[in-house]
Design a binder for this molecule. Structure first.
Ligand code: KIV
Ligand code: NA
Length: 269
């Protein structure tokens, strides 16, 4: 499969080809996403919960993110690789945002960064993109701000989306907003929207990989479809392993190295 570049994504957008994005948090999930054929792999800060068992994305550090992004980058050969900037690593000043973005590129080996926020983040987006680092925006429900969630207004979604586009974002994630609003926003922009819980009218879709595989045991939101029950399969495999070890059924001869009986004599001496 040919390497997907930023230019490829923009070509998909202009030909109205849906952009498929999925998260990954380590080498194996990165390999699955890339081999499965997605266009964008996002090392999302959802890794705080689904991979690290934290209660919130706000606990995640830039070093945590870099550690995981680097692992994902070793597996992703074709997809365009994007990494989230964690809470607290870009909001203070545009300079802080640029510093964190550069670390994600150099150490995390990603090709672009994602930050949450609307027009208040426009100066940060401008600063990061000014040195040629592509930025993906993220508005609607913003998990890093969960403690301050109020509702949202359709006009503010549109104003924020336009401001991020103006600031230089190459695309915007729209999370958990009504489908008809997401469609209006998508039609009003020249850059692609990547929806999660935002209906079929977006330019592309993204999901958290462990959610869509049915691997993560905690309740998934309404917008998650599970294409399998991988968590159940894992649990069944492990309980079979436990039973077979306890009955001495595993390991069988086919899993065991052996030597010829005459060599065994040598070994005994
Ligand atoms: O952290 C994440 O996984 C995300 C997406 C699902 C958009 O931000
Ligand atoms: Na995220």
């Amino acid at each position: 499969r040919a390497k997907i570049r930023l230019q490829t994504l923009l070509e998909y957008h202009s030909s109205k080809t849906p952009i498929v994005a999925l998260t990954a948090h380590d080498y194996t999930s990165g390999y699955a996403a890339d081999m499965g054929g997605v266009d964008i792999v996002l090392v999302g800060d959802s890794l705080a919960m689904v991979a690290l068992g934290m209660d919130s994305t706000t606990e995640l550090t830039l070093n945590d993110m870099i550690h995981h992004a680097k692992a994902v980058s070793r597996a992703v050969k074709s997809a365009f690789l994007v990494g989230d900037l964690p809470f607290g690593t870009y909001e203070n000043t545009p300079t802080q945002a640029l510093h964190s973005a550069i670390r994600m590129i150099r150490e995390g080996r990603v090709e672009a960064v994602k930050i949450e926020g609307g027009s208040e983040m426009a100066p940060a987006v401008q600063k990061i993109t000014s040195v040629g680092i592509p930025v993906l925006g993220h508005i609607g429900m913003m998990p890093q701000r969960q403690t301050s969630m109020g509702g949202f207004r359709a006009e503010s979604i549109l104003v924020n989306a336009k401001s991020l586009q103006e600031a230089g974002c190459f695309g915007i994630v729209l999370e958990a907003i009504p489908g008809n609003i997401a469609k209006l926003v998508t039609d009003a922009l020249v850059i692609p929207t990547i929806g999660i819980g935002a209906g079929v009218g977006c330019s592309g879709q993204i999901l958290v990989q462990l959610d869509m595989l049915g691997s993560y045991h905690k309740l998934a939101p309404k917008f998650v479809k599970q294409w399998g029950q991988v968590g159940e399969i894992s649990k069944n495999c492990i309980s079979s392993y436990c039973q077979e070890v306890r009955k001495r059924v595993f390991p069988g001869p086919e899993h065991t190295y052996s030597i010829k009986p005459e060599e065994l004599d040598l070994f005994k001496n």
